[in-house]
Write a protein that binds this ligand. Structure first.
Ligand SMILES: Cc1cc2nc3c(=O)[nH]c(=O)nc-3n(C[C@H](O)[C@H](O)[C@H](O)COP(=O)(O)OP(=O)(O)OC[C@H]3O[C@@H](n4cnc5c(N)ncnc54)[C@H](O)[C@@H]3O)c2cc1C
Length: 313
């Protein structure tokens, strides 16, 4: 892995750096580019703005990896409030929610999170989403959580079959997971993967990750599910357009997904061509870990960010 990327991902877990970023006056603009705001009202405003030019949203209330049950309960309630407000504002058709099981549960000594608690809490969010006329996608975290996440997802899908899965093409196992999840109605987000992973579980070279992405995309397009292609990569987007035609997929039987603040012109271009484009909109006070992963993805973002950190205004 690129050493700069490893360094930034390490900073994601560093409390002193978090404080510095949170308090440096110049970093506010960078945070605003990638995070919709700290409140539900900010998230709804972002959904409205995206809907104005035909884009959809998936909302992520930021918060992850907690050992505190009370905090977990607060996160669940924030999602329930968000779903109520989406419905009340007539926006449930424009936005779904994304959840991280580590944020809905607590760490345990033996696994990445308490699966029982994750299932109970995710079920509360799925039930509320269904009542409010929308869906939930379960984000994928680092490889130590893959099996537990897929187990909880399978349980959720018994009651809420439209619950979205996420697969990461950097993992060597993912082709097999894509084949297993390509069944009728299965909503699957395919991304490259955002965490620092060891070479025995993940491809090291960007080229191998891209090839794996295309192999998994083929499996999903050939299947009977609803693939959700989460990438900003212009080369992959061109390959996907060709693959979609090859498999005879109609617009609306798959979608593109991108992150809030990343390649907005491309998002609008695809939407204007009639593609379904969904933007991942993170919001909430716990924006730091999320921001660090976005910066690690792109050296240009890091330079921009470091300049902002150093500036006084
Ligand atoms: C909707 C959505 C949901 C996601 N959910 C998950 C998840 O659940 N689990 C997970 O591990 N990962 C998730 N990711 C992150 C994903 O795994 C990648 O880390 C991220 O999308 C970057 O990969 P890329 O495919 O865009 O390609 P890259 O190879 O990283 O980038 C290709 C090109 O895209 C542009 N670009 C990419 N990132 C940025 C950026 N931050 N700023 C500006 N330009 C950029 C640049 O032009 C770059 O050259 C998600 C991504 C999206 C879009």
């Amino acid at each position: 892995m690129n050493p700069l990327r490893s360094l930034i991902l390490a900073a994601a877990g560093n409390e002193a750096i978090r404080r510095l970023v949170a308090t440096a006056p110049g970093t506010r603009g960078v945070v605003q580019r990638f995070v919709a705001g700290e409140t539900t009202a900010d998230a709804l405003a972002a959904v409205r703005a995206l809907a104005a030019d035909g884009r959809y949203a998936t909302l992520d209330y930021l918060g992850e990896d907690t050992s505190d049950r009370a905090l977990t309960e607060e996160i669940v309630r924030s999602y329930l409030r968000l779903l109520d407000e989406l419905h009340a504002e007539g926006l449930a058709g424009r936005a779904e929610v994304s959840v991280k099981l580590s944020a809905l549960s607590v760490r345990t000594g033996t696994g990445p999170f308490d699966e029982r608690l994750a299932l109970d809490n995710a079920s509360r969010v799925c039930a509320a989403a269904e009542q409010r006329g929308t869906t939930v996608t379960v984000d994928m975290e680092d490889h130590t959580a893959t099996d537990a996440t897929l187990r909880v997802l399978a349980e959720l899908r018994r009651t809420w079959p439209r619950t979205g899965a996420v697969l990461q093409s950097y993992l060597r196992r993912t082709e097999a997971d894509a084949a297993a999840l390509a069944g009728p109605g299965s909503r699957v987000r395919l991304c490259k993967g955002a965490y620092a992973e060891p070479a025995d579980v993940a491809f090291d070279s960007a080229h191998e990750v891209d090839l794996s992405y295309v192999r998994c995309a083929n499996l999903l397009l050939e299947g009977e599910g609803y693939p959700m292609f989460a990438t900003h990569d212009p080369r992959l987007i061109a390959v996907l357009a060709e693959r979609v035609r090859w498999y005879g997929r109609k617009q609306g039987s798959y979608e593109y997904q991108m992150l809030y603040g990343v390649r907005p012109d491309e998002q609008r271009r695809l939407a204007a061509e009639g593609e379904t484009v969904r933007v991942y909109v993170p919001f909430g006070e716990q924006w730091y870990g999320y921001l660090m992963r976005r910066l690690a993805e792109r050296p240009a973002n890091t330079a921009f960010f470091l300049r902002a950190l150093a500036s006084r205004s």
